[in-house]
Design a protein around this ligand. Structure first.
Ligand SMILES: NC(=O)c1ccc[n+]([C@@H]2O[C@H](COP(=O)([O-])OP(=O)(O)OC[C@H]3O[C@@H](n4cnc5c(N)ncnc54)[C@H](OP(=O)(O)O)[C@@H]3O)[C@@H](O)[C@H]2O)c1
Length: 247
């Protein structure tokens, strides 16, 4: 990353894991573009907090990532804010069950657009700017891009394809831009969860470290890939308490 103040665009950064990645990179001295869609007030509060801590250090931009024509504008607005972009963190995602007998075209498009198409086209639009700055892309994947999660076929396919996107872009964008991914295990229970305590306990029982991870642990891995991994590209780091070692 450059010696100038780095500018990082984080998608879906108003809350949960995205917000913690934003906090961690802001503390590291970056200027942060907080992308959001529905979470306007949360995003604006986070930006206000960042700007209070350090004036002119954060900016919020709204975009629906399923509207692919909006993605170029999102990158242009991000670059326009401080005249540069150094890193893109593709964190935004939709996640919900899609039992095979009930999958709709709308669900297919939503899950594929947020988890796969948006990361691809945002990286495409950001390529020339990231190239200039020897920048980075970090995709937030999922251990279920490798091993299927029951009743989540479309999401798992999207994350599996996102893993290939990480490797493929790493080849395409080398040597100027590094592209890597972080694959979390169970970190925060889903918002729309109908998961009962028993199911949550069953998930915890299959994690060798026996507990949920934290968003801070995901943010640490992102920070490592951005700042300390100058000889790494095309890699997917599992931060999952060992879950992917189990049956
Ligand atoms: N939570 C976990 O334990 C876990 C486990 C494995 C992998 N992951 C991965 O880690 C990342 C973050 O997880 P999370 O649970 O914090 O995510 P999340 O809360 O489910 O979603 C993050 C944000 O994505 C944004 N988003 C969804 N659809 C969008 C759209 N059409 N256009 C624009 N933005 C959209 C939403 O922004 P708004 O609120 O502004 O609409 C949302 O706040 C995701 O990529 C997820 O797949 C998470």
């Amino acid at each position: 990353m450059s010696k100038e103040i780095p500018v990082v665009l984080i998608t879906g950064a108003a809350k949960r894991i995205g917000a913690v990645i934003a906090q961690s990179l802001h503390m590291r001295g970056c200027r942060i573009i907080v992308h959001y869609y529905h979470s306007e007030s949360t995003a604006k509060n986070l930006v206000a907090e960042f700007n209070q801590q350090r004036p002119d250090s954060a900016h919020a931009i709204c975009a629906d990532l399923t509207q692919l024509e909006r993605l170029r504008l999102l990158i242009e607005e991000s670059v326009g804010r401080w005249g540069r972009l150094d890193a893109l963190v593709n964190n935004a995602s939709s996640f919900y069950p899609t039992p095979v007998s009930k999958i709709t075209e709308e669900q297919w498009l939503d899950l594929m657009h947020t988890n796969l198409a948006a990361p691809l086209f945002l990286a495409q639009c950001a390529q020339s700017e990231l190239h200039k700055n020897h920048g980075c892309v970090v995709n937030i994947s999922d251990i279920h891009g490798e091993r299927p999660l029951k009743n989540h076929t479309v999401y798992c396919c999207a994350k599996a394809a996102q893993n290939m996107l990480t490797k493929s872009l790493a080849r395409e964008f080398a040597p100027q831009i590094r592209v890597n991914a972080v694959a979390p295990g169970a970190i925060i229970w889903p918002n729309n969860s109908s998961m009962d305590d028993k199911t949550q306990q069953q998930i915890l029982d299959r994690i060798p470290l026996n507990r949920l991870g934290t968003p801070q642990q995901i943010a640490k891995a992102v920070e490592f890939l951005l700042f300390d991994a100058s000889y790494m590209t095309g890699q997917i780091i599992y931060v999952d308490g060992g879950r992917s070692l189990q049956d």
